[in-house]
Design a protein around this ligand. Structure first.
Ligand code: SAH
Ligand code: SF4
Length: 403
């Protein structure tokens, strides 16, 4: 295995990262090579984590050489690494522009989605002058724990959903990520921490972006994460978080291979949710909770509801009682997330109110946990991923020059 993370291995025009076994087979067939070589490349990439064709020793030397000229493995490039006092690592990653969809096409889709899905509720977010292949910078977060690591990945650069308490929203949507760019974040984080990996890896799709508004690439990446022949992560350890895109939830329900589902509830009434999450005007609580009730949970599974506690806004005992009513008859767990400050007009909740809120849920039989976000000192916590270049004098920063 190479000692550095190769960013763009070889100069060929076809990026193989993120392709399914079927797509790899088709690629090899199109080059007059035996299709089963596709499965071998897939295995080398995701099971053996070899990111250079020369290191794919399960392939004949001639094919390795050919691939080096005709294909590439475009991993995201680490631009900067911020290490938190609590061990959390925030990666700022540059995505190769050539891996992107032409932005003209993306912009058309986005406009359609913005009008179609969120209508006027979401402001127009795509800048007018974007070059044809828009390079993008995104973030991923690595959180080490005693017996496992959790990797938080982005599914879009920026986000169009415009939740008022979230810093990512201030970026607007820059563009969708490809499957390769999504899976690449996991590979880079695993590789960069390879000396200290624990036996279990959890993946959360909770970085920048709304995963259900970039459905196909997200599910292609999730397929590789969950595939026993690839990264082989259990579906119990992969969680997709959505702001509540009802058609996306219904679509996810029909997928055979799928991650766990988390829903950002964040409010106890439509009136309150409308105020902080404009998406609620399109998919109000009744529609969202109906989709949740119909969601086909596997025997071991529950839905997770995230509830960002905004001090003095949605953290009262009445709010807690309304949440209990909303979630009646659902198999759920609630994660209470005290708001992480950013340059936005909200307040951290009072510790006594957090505990009172939790206690009301638990006393009424709703499993509830307070989740203090990690990595706050390097802006790696939930809702803080907005490419804030930190104050250069901060002692927490370790700048790593681009590879
Ligand atoms: N777009 C998806 C996933 C990314 S956001 C979603 O909204 O679910 C991941 C979680 O962070 C969401 O539950 C969101 O409500 C929460 N969040 C956003 N901003 C936050 C902040 N400033 N403090 C705490 N949690 C925040
Ligand atoms: Fe987008 Fe999620 Fe932030 Fe809302 S909370 S703006 S959906 S990233």
């Amino acid at each position: 295995m190479a000692s550095t993370i190769p960013q763009r291995v070889s100069a060929g025009p076809v990026n193989l990262l993120g392709k399914s076994p079927g797509e790899l087979r088709a690629f090899l067939e199109s080059r007059g090579e035996p299709p089963y070589r596709g499965a071998q490349i897939y295995h080398a990439l995701y099971a053996e984590k070899r990111f250079e064709f020369a290191a794919m020793t399960n392939l004949p030397a001639k094919l390795r050489d050919r691939l080096a000229h005709e294909a590439s493995i475009d991993l995201p490039r680490i631009v900067r690494t911020h290490r938190s006092d609590d061990g959390t690592v925030r990666y700022v990653l540059a995505l190769a522009s050539s891996a992107a969809e032409p932005v003209g096409a993306v912009r058309e889709k986005v406009h359609k989605k913005v009008h179609d899905v969120v209508r006027d509720a979401v402001r127009e977010t795509v800048p007018e002058q974007i070059p044809a292949f828009q390079p993008a910078t995104i973030e991923a977060v690595f959180m080490p724990e005693e017996n496992r690591q959790t990797i938080c990945i982005s599914t879009q650069a920026g986000c169009a959903v415009d939740c008022h308490f979230c810093l990512t929203a201030t970026l607007g949507l820059i563009r969708n990520l490809t499957a390769g760019e999504i899976i690449g974040q996991v590979l880079v984080a695993l590789f960069d921490n390879r000396a200290a990996l624990k036996p279990q890896t959890n993946i959360v799709l909770m970085g920048q972006g709304e995963p259900l508004l970039n459905f196909e690439p997200v599910m292609a990446a999730v397929g590789i994460l969950l595939d026993p022949n690839a990264l082989a992560i259990s579906p119990k350890h992969v969680t997709l978080s959505t702001s509540g895109i009802v058609p996306g939830i219904e679509r996810l329900a029909r997928e055979k291979v799928r991650p766990k589902l988390a829903i950002s509830l964040n409010a106890s009434s439509n009136e309150q949710r409308d105020e902080i999450m404009p998406i609620n005007r399109k998919y109000p609580l009744e529609a969202l909770l109906e989709a949740c009730r119909r969601y086909p949970l596997r025997p071991w599974e529950h839905l997770t509801f995230e509830y960002v506690l905004l001090g003095g806004f949605n953290d009262s005992p009445e709010d807690a009682r309304r949440v209990v009513k909303l979630l009646a008859n659902l198999r759920v767990k609630v994660n209470l997330i005290p708001w992480n400050p950013g340059d936005l007009p909200y307040a951290k909740p009072d510790p006594a109110r957090i505990e009172a809120f939790r206690k009301i849920l638990v006393d009424k039989g709703v499993r509830a946990f307070v989740r203090y976000s990690r990595g706050q000192d390097v802006m790696a916590a939930c809702g803080q991923l907005a490419l804030m270049e930190m104050n250069a004098t901060s002692s927490n920063l370790t700048q790593i020059s681009p590879l």
